[in-house]
Design a protein around this ligand. Structure first.
Ligand code: CP
Length: 318
């Protein structure tokens, strides 16, 4: 596997899940695979789970790991071609990327949406340059539009906890004070569409996800109606994707706290499990009672990030 960005990159999803459960049983089984090889993890943005779980996954496979925080200690990078570099940016990404490729065998990159241009974000301008110019396999550790390591971990968690062969899974928008990217909901929708689940998306009007991600999912604007009989509730905030009104791209259109997932919402479900990728703002996205309840999967989901990253790195090394 040269690039890990979309669910299709894994090939057959059932085999990938089977491999994930094998790895979970014995996560050091492939310790020799990464011997004398190096993974470079590049962060343009903050992280707790991705940083730790991906390093742990690399260590499971015997890889050496280098972590670079681009904004802390590296030269400030210019990303646009054609710019006269007379400002504060000392190095261009077009030199920095192949240089980074010289020092490693596989590269993971995290670079969020900037919200400056919907087109630039949705064309994945930064990550695409790593794919093109690094000369190394590249895996996305959350890009402008996708977060596949998270969605793979979410799917592993759903497989582990489901009580029916085809559970009802609801992706619900929830309020947040700041503009957040659409990467997590985009990827979650893409992966749920590929999985054997009854998938429903609910959000206020104006928050429609890009059709290339939401695909065949049922969209229900009445949140309570969407929650009825659900087996899994996946809460997440996202800013306006600009699908119906491009000029609203990246804006916070509402912080309506009636969308906060609370016990009244969970009461209409089929004893649903609560999911969130973390970090989460309590009592905005979800109440203390729901996230602390026995139905909350937020910690097992985070733990499965190590498993999803181990499978992805393993396939990139093989
Ligand atoms: N869920 C997730 O990607 O967490 P971090 O932003 O802390 O890596």
């Amino acid at each position: 596997m040269r690039v890990f960005r979309n669910v299709e990159d894994l090939g057959d999803l059932k085999s990938a899940l089977q491999e994930a459960f094998e790895v979970k049983k014995d996560r050091f089984r492939y310790q020799t695979l990464g011997r004398n090889k190096t993974a470079l993890l590049i962060f343009f943005n903050n992280s707790l789970r991705t940083r730790l779980s991906t390093q742990k996954a690399a260590m499971n496979l015997g890889l050496n790991v280098i972590v670079l925080d681009v904004n802390q200690g590296a030269w400030k990078l210019e990303t646009e071609r054609g710019v006269i570099m007379d400002g504060d940016k000392s190095e261009h990404l077009l030199e920095a990327i192949p240089v980074m490729g010289c020092y490693c065998d596989v590269i993971g990159v995290r670079s969020f949406a900037t919200f400056e241009s919907r087109r630039d974000d949705y064309e994945e301008k930064i990550l695409d340059q790593f794919v093109r110019y690094s000369g190394r396999p590249v895996f996305f550790m959350e890009s402008a539009t996708v977060h596949p390591l998270q969605s793979f971990a979410d799917l592993i968690s759903i497989e582990e906890y489901k009580r029916t062969p085809r559970p009802k899974v609801v992706l619900s928008w929830a309020p947040h004070p700041k503009a957040l990217p659409q990467a997590v909901p985009n990827s979650f929708a893409q992966w749920m569409n590929a999985a054997d689940v009854d998938f429903v998306v609910t959000h206020p009007r104006g928050y429609e996800l890009d059709p290339k991600f939401v695909g065949k999912a049922r969209v229900e604007y009445d949140q309570m109606e969407a929650f009825r009989g659900a087996d899994f509730i996946y809460a997440k905030n996202w800013s306006c994707p600009g699908v119906t009104r491009p000029e609203d791209y990246g804006k916070v259109l509402t912080v309506d706290r009636s969308w906060t997932v609370d016990e009244a919402h969970m009461a209409v479900t089929n004893r649903a499990f609560f999911m969130h990728c973390l970090p989460v703002r309590r009592n905005m996205i979800v109440t203390d009672d729901v996230i602390e309840s026995p139905q909350s999967l937020v910690i097992p989901e985070a733990a499965n990030r190590e498993i999803s990253a181990t499978v992805v790195l393993k396939r990139m090394l093989e």
